[in-house]
Design a protein around this ligand. Structure first.
Ligand code: ADP
Ligand code: MG
Length: 731
């Protein structure tokens, strides 16, 4: 084994590095730096070019600058609001600057040599810096950094920056030259530095200009490793799986599509064709169906489910919330009835008044296609089946899923619980994937006994292309990029909270209701808990009852019992309610075409994709629709989100913007199960490199699926991506 490959160095712990004892190793490990490889990939967050330090006496005022000097005096005291003020004077021999911080955790002492980055202002004749970034320049040991450029590392609490800088330098000296793993031709094609050159350039640059090419190589490596893993995963999913070749020319799908009251959009047609081709093939499908709210994903998904059913297999739909599961169940049941395929039924578990939704007057008629489709709903609290003439319990549904009585079951994550086993699951649809983790996707698939079902993941949150290449890089993609005809874009306006603005909001509400339409009012987000959020929704509901005594108001929030949520939804759907006051439970899925007005209170506090989702609840008919954002934004990000909402109705554009505003960290979050976080790459900034790395990785795996000709790449992917990818390498 080569002694200096990154793969090998993952097995060496940081405390083997000179300058790192057990205590520091522990702190580093807690920050995710466990091995020498981690340490080498712990790259500086910025650099101090010491030749570019300003003399304090000559510093330009009001500009971002870095000055260096020694702390002459420092003191801290408590100030109003239980805050701590730290005051220091720093001198570099040319002059001195007064520095203040409000950070009680700052650990600095008299005599420390520091670099301060920030703006210098003049305050009553004194130079002053407020809360500058501070880096320690003093290093007790020998002068390690030979260049003028000092790397500044992100430093976990409890470790001195100089100590870390020294340790990384030691690790690098011991490990060089770092072994190359990529083919020379690949490096040449993309003008990439060797790995060893790149490491030196990033950690120990002689000039700032060396950093970017070094970084580019390390970013490429990180993305390449990820894409190789994704390419192999995709390949494995095909090779290892026993899929079902579905009957695509059966008795259900064609009559269903023909019975639709509208022609399919071109995009729907295309998606159905792509899915049908997947279903006909013996390999299991792994496909992501992306489409804006209202683009008509349900029809596409339902066609896939019916393909399973017409061949005698089962379909399952997993939705993120009970409300959404129930809605899918109702909409799909209605579709069956409309297509003349459903034979009966009154379900006594459904409260009076909703029963019509489950009833087909032609109950005794044989199904037009000669086949009934038996649907069931299974959520944590509720069960319903539209083929049973009696009241059902979850246990009944579970039994009917297991013995094949149920053709299509719609549910929440209740579907992947212990004890739910399918007789023969053929197609699984997961709605709103971003609410589930990757492992839940896998769990649903594993509910099939004898083979791997085809999997369709639906998302209404458009995913920027770069993110699709990483987060969902092992999935095929269908995009509904065309809205059904007759949709008029929602007109969006921003209003403040002055009495005049609020009066304008109320006027709009009254006008829309007077025109025979309906409205949603979404209450401010309450962070503390669902309970307080519900309480605030109730309070807002009461307040609005006072504002609109002449209107019929409804209320829906997360703390309501499932039946009451359904009741509220149905009342809105049936037109018995003019204004539905809601929390974000209505964010996804709710389909009420007659609603033309969405009012979002404290809109600056919602995320951009959430705002977009909420706006998508209106504009679902041919009527002009409005979205009123009511807010006095207090943060820059809040302002940016509202501006984005005003300037675009395109979900993909907004998703890119959201990624830009929030940064990828929050977007990936815990969802990236199975793949470690990207440490160096920024998928927006490095989008071009990502595309390159993906192409190279997929080409490599296509030509050499087990990487037999490139064992060092295989070893590296396995060593650096960890146990999550182990299964890729088992034969
Ligand atoms: P999504 O799930 O993508 O948000 P839905 O499937 O709920 O969208 O469809 C939104 C609405 O558009 C539904 O009322 C549906 O019946 C209708 N719809 C779907 N496809 C078409 C089409 N091709 N033409 C007209 N209306 C359509
Ligand atoms: Mg939908």
């Amino acid at each position: 084994m080569s002694g200096r490959s990154l793969a090998y160095l993952t097995s060496r712990s940081t405390d083997e590095v000179k300058g790192i004892g057990p205590a520091i190793a522990k702190r580093l490990a807690a920050a995710g730096v466990g091995s020498v490889t981690d340490l080498l990939l712990h790259v500086p967050r910025r650099y101090l070019d010491r030749s570019a330090l300003f003399d304090i006496a000559a510093v330009p005022l009001g500009e971002e600058v870095t000055v260096g000097g020694v702390i002459e005096t420092i003191s801290s005291r408590r100030i109003r609001g239980n805050r701590t003020l730290i005051e220091a004077t720093v001198s570099d021999g040319t002059s001195r600057v007064r520095v203040i911080w409000f950070n009680p955790y700052l650990k600095l002492e008299q005599g420390a040599e520091v670099a301060l980055s920030g703006k210098v202002e003049l305050n009553r004749g004194f130079l002053e810096m407020k809360s500058p970034d501070v880096d320690r320049l003093d290093r007790p040991d020998e002068d390690l950094v030979t260049g003028r450029v000092l790397p500044v590392y992100p430093t976990p609490a409890g470790i001195r920056p100089a100590r870390l800088r020294q340790a990384v330098d030691n690790a690098l000296r011991r490990s060089r030259p770092i072994t190359e793993v990529l083919p020379a031709a690949m490096l040449a094609r993309h003008r990439l530095l060797s790995r060893d050159e790149a490491m030196a350039a990033v950690h120990n640059p002689q000039e700032l200009a060396q950093v970017a090419p070094g970084r580019r190589r390390l970013v490429f490596d990180e993305l390449f490793r990820l894409e190789v893993a994704l390419a192999m995963r995709k390949r494995r999913q095909i090779d290892d799986a026993t899929g079902v070749a579905h009957t695509v020319d059966g008795l259900l799908v064609t009559p269903f599509l023909e019975a639709l009251p509208f022609p399919l959009t071109g995009a729907q047609r295309r998606a159905i064709d792509e899915i049908t081709a997947d279903l006909a093939s013996p390999h299991p499908m792994h496909r992501l169906l992306q489409g804006e709210v209202g683009s008509g994903k349900t029809v596409v998904a339902f066609a896939a489910l019916l393909t399973a059913v017409q061949g005698g297999l089962q379909g399952a739909v997993m939705a993120p919330t009970e409300v959404l599961a129930a809605q899918h169940y109702l909409v799909m049941s209605d579709m069956i009835v409309e297509a003349g395929m459903e034979p009966t039924v009154i379900d006594r578990s459904v409260p009076d008044g909703q029963r019509d939704l489950f009833t087909n007057d032609d109950a005794t008629q044989p199904a037009a296609a000669g086949r009934s489709v038996r649907m069931a709903l299974l959520t944590g609290k509720q069960a319903a089946a539209n083929f049973s003439a009696r009241s059902v319990r979850p246990a009944d549904i579970t039994r009917w899923i297991a013995d094949g009585t149920v053709d299509i079951v719609v549910g929440t994550h209740a579907l992947i619980q212990e004890g739910v086993d399918f007789a023969d699951l053929g197609v699984a649809v997961v709605d709103e994937q971003h609410r589930f983790g990757v492992h839940q996707r896998v769990e649903l698939r594993e509910k099939a006994a004898t083979h791997d079902p085809d999997l369709l993941i639906m998302t209404a949150t458009p995913i920027p292309r770069t993110m699709a290449m990483t987060l969902y890089g092992d999935l095929d993609m269908s995009v509904l990029d065309e809205m059904p005809p007759g949709r008029i874009p929602v007109e969006t306006r921003l209003l403040g909270t002055s009495p005049a603005d609020l009066e304008a909001v109320y006027r709009t509400v009254r006008a829309e209701i007077a025109a025979g339409h309906q409205a949603f009012v979404v209450c401010p987000l309450v962070m503390e808990s669902d309970k307080t959020e519900a309480a605030s929704a109730v309070a807002e509901f009461e307040r609005l009852r006072g504002v609109f005594p002449e209107l019929r108001l409804g209320l829906i929030h997360g703390q309501l019992r499932t039946e009451d949520k359904h009741q509220a939804m149905h009342a809105m759907k049936d037109g018995a309610v003019d204004v539905l006051v809601a929390t974000t439970v209505i964010e996804v899925g709710i389909d009420i075409p007659n609603a033309t007005l969405m009012v979002i209170e404290d809109a600056d506090r919602f995320g951009l994709s959430q705002l977009h989702q909420l706006r998508g609840r209106v504009g679902r008919s041919g009527h002009r629709s409005f979205c009123l954002l009511v807010a006095e934004p207090t943060t820059e990000e809040g302002k940016q989100r509202l501006e984005a909402m005003l300037s675009s109705t395109d979900g993909f554009e907004l998703a890119e913007e959201d990624l830009r505003i929030r940064g990828q960290g929050t977007v990936f979050g815990a969802r990236q199960a199975g793949i470690k976080d990207l440490k160096l790459a920024d998928i927006l900034r490095d989008a071009a490199l990502l595309a390159t790395a993906r192409q190279e990785a997929f080409d490599l795996v296509a030509a050499d699926p087990a990487l037999t000709a490139h064992p060092e790449i295989a070893e590296e992917v396995r060593a650096l991506l960890g146990t999550d990818v182990d299964w890729l390498f088992k034969s």
